[in-house]
Design a binder for this molecule. Structure first.
Ligand code: ATP
Ligand code: MG
Length: 363
C-alpha cells in the first residue's frame, strides 16, 4: 500500500498564523522527512464556493495567494504536488457515488458543520452543497488513496465522516478504499489557534487574523489591540494567563532564544507567566515581546512571498503541472471505484459477453 498524504485549504483569503501552526509547519516537516510516496496539497476552491457561491471573485482572487503562502512557508513543489480542486473533475464523480452512503441526518449531526452554519447565518436556508461538503472532502482524501491527513482539530469530524464512507463502501462493494488518519499539531494550543479577538478560532471569515503576509506595522497594531485579561486593569493587578490570547500566542511562538534576545530578565515563559499572575507586569510589555517574536517569525516568510510574487507566472505553472498530476492519480482511483461498483460497462469485456449469454438464453 502506498503512503500518501493529502491536505488543503479553502482559497477564501490569504493564510494566517493559525494555518501556519495548525497545519503548514507540519506539512513542511513531513515534506522534509520524505517518508511518503505522494504528497498532495489541494486548493479547495470548489469547497470554498459552497459558502461563497455568490462571491466567486473572492475564491478566484485567492487561489494564487494561497499558493504563494505555501511556497513562502517552505513547501517545495518538487516534493509536493499542489493542485486546484475544481480542475479535477473525477472528484465530483466520487462525491456523487459517496452521497448514496451518507444520510441527511448524519450530515446534520456533524459538529463542525453545526458550528459553521451558526457562524454563516445559514440556519434557515442551508445550501445543499454546503451541507454535503464533508462528502466531497471524503472524495478529496480517498481520490488520492491518502492515509495521512495533517489538519487542525476542527477537521476531525470530516476525517471521521470519510472513515465511515470508506467502511461503508468497502462493505458493500468490496475492499477498494483506505481509511485515513488525521495528524494533529504537537502543541494543543495549535489545534485551533484562537483569533486576536480571543473569542473564536482564528478564521479567514471572522476578521480576527494575523496573516502570514501582514506588513510589520499591521502585525504590531493587531498585537497591541489584542485581547488579554479584562480584569487586569492596572500594572500591579494580578493577571490571568489562562484564556489570555497574548500568552496563548507566546506559548505557540516564543522560543528560549527570543527571551535571550528581547526579554533577558526572564529565562522562559513560565517565569513570565508567574510574574503576570503575581501582578506588576503590564500588558504593554508582554504585547511588545509578542510583537518582537512574531516579527522575527514572519519576516522571512513575508520576504520569500514577495520574491515569489514577483514571478507569479512560475507559481501559476506550478499549479498547472500539479493539477495535471492530480488528475492522473484521481482518474486511476475513480476507475477502481467504478470497477468495484460494476459501472465500468465499456472497460469490462466480460460485461458484453455475459449480457450476450443472458439474452441468448432468453431468446
Ligand atoms: P474559512 O474561514 O474560510 O473556513 P479557515 O481560516 O477556517 O477559513 P480553512 O481553509 O477552512 O481555513 O482551513 C484550512 C486548514 O487549516 C484546516 O486543516 C484547518 O483545520 C486549519 N486551520 C484553520 N484555522 C485554524 C486555526 N485557527 N488553528 C489551527 N488550524 C487551523
Ligand atoms: Mg474553515
Amino acid at each position: 500500500m502506498e503512503k500518501n498524504i493529502l491536505t488543503g485549504d479553502r482559497p477564501t483569503g490569504r493564510l494566517h498564523i493559525g494555518h501556519y501552526v495548525g497545519s503548514l509547519k507540519r506539512r513542511v516537516e513531513l515534506q522534509n522527512k520524505g517518508d511518503y510516496d505522494n504528497f498532495y496539497i489541494e486548493i479547495a476552491d470548489a469547497q470554498a464556493l459552497t459558502d461563497n457561491y455568490d462571491n466567486p471573485g473572492r475564491v478566484r482572487e485567492n487561489v494564487l495567494e494561497v499558493a504563494l503562502d505555501y511556497l513562502a512557508c517552505g513547501i517545495d513543489p518538487k516534493k509536493v504536488t499542489i493542485f486546484i480542486q475544481s480542475q479535477v473533475p473525477s472528484l465530483c464523480e466520487l462525491t456523487f457515488y459517496y452521497m448514496n452512503l451518507v444520510t441527511l441526518a448524519r450530515l446534520e449531526r456533524n459538529p463542525t458543520i453545526k458550528e459553521e452554519l451558526k457562524m454563516r447565518d445559514f440556519s434557515s436556508s442551508i445550501p445543499t452543497g454546503f451541507l454535503t461538503y464533508p462528502i466531497s472532502q471524503a472524495a478529496d482524501i480517498t481520490g488520492f488513496d491518502a492515509t495521512i491527513v495533517p489538519v487542525g482539530d476542527d477537521q476531525l469530524p470530516m476525517i471521521e465522516q470519510t472513515r465511515e464512507i470508506v467502511r461503508s463502501f468497502n462493505n458493500i462493494y468490496g475492499e477498494t478504499l483506505y481509511e485515513p488518519e488525521a495528524v494533529l499539531p504537537d502543541n494543543s494550543s495549535c489545534f485551533r489557534l484562537v483569533g486576536t479577538d480571543g473569542k473564536a478560532k482564528m478564521s479567514k471569515s471572522l476578521n480576527n487574523c494575523i496573516y502570514l503576509s501582514d506588513e510589520p506595522d499591521v502585525i504590531k497594531s493587531k498585537v497591541m489591540g489584542m485581547y488579554t485579561d479584562p480584569n487586569h486593569l492596572k500594572v500591579e493587578d494580578p493577571g490571568r494567563v489562562e484564556g489570555n490570547t497574548v500568552f496563548t500566542y507566546l506559548e505557540v511562538f516564543a522560543k528560549p532564544e527570543h527571551f535571550k534576545k528581547y526579554l533577558e530578565e526572564y529565562q522562559n515563559l513560565d517565569e513570565l507567566k508567574d510574574h503576570y499572575r503575581r501582578g506588576g507586569l503590564g500588558d504593554v510589555k508582554i504585547k511588545r515581546f509578542l510583537n518582537d517574536v512574531l516579527q522575527e517569525t514572519l519576516e522571512p516568510i513575508r520576504n520569500r512571498r514577495k520574491e515569489l510574487a514577483s514571478n507569479i507566472e512560475s507559481v501559476y505553472k506550478i499549479l498547472e503541472e500539479g493539477t495535471k498530476k492530480a488528475n492522473n492519480h484521481c482518474e486511476r482511483v475513480l476507475k477502481r471505484v467504478k470497477n468495484a461498483m460494476g459501472i465500468n460497462y465499456f472497460d469490462d469485456s466480460k460485461f458484453l459477453e455475459m449480457q450476450k449469454e443472458k439474452f441468448e438464453k432468453e431468446n
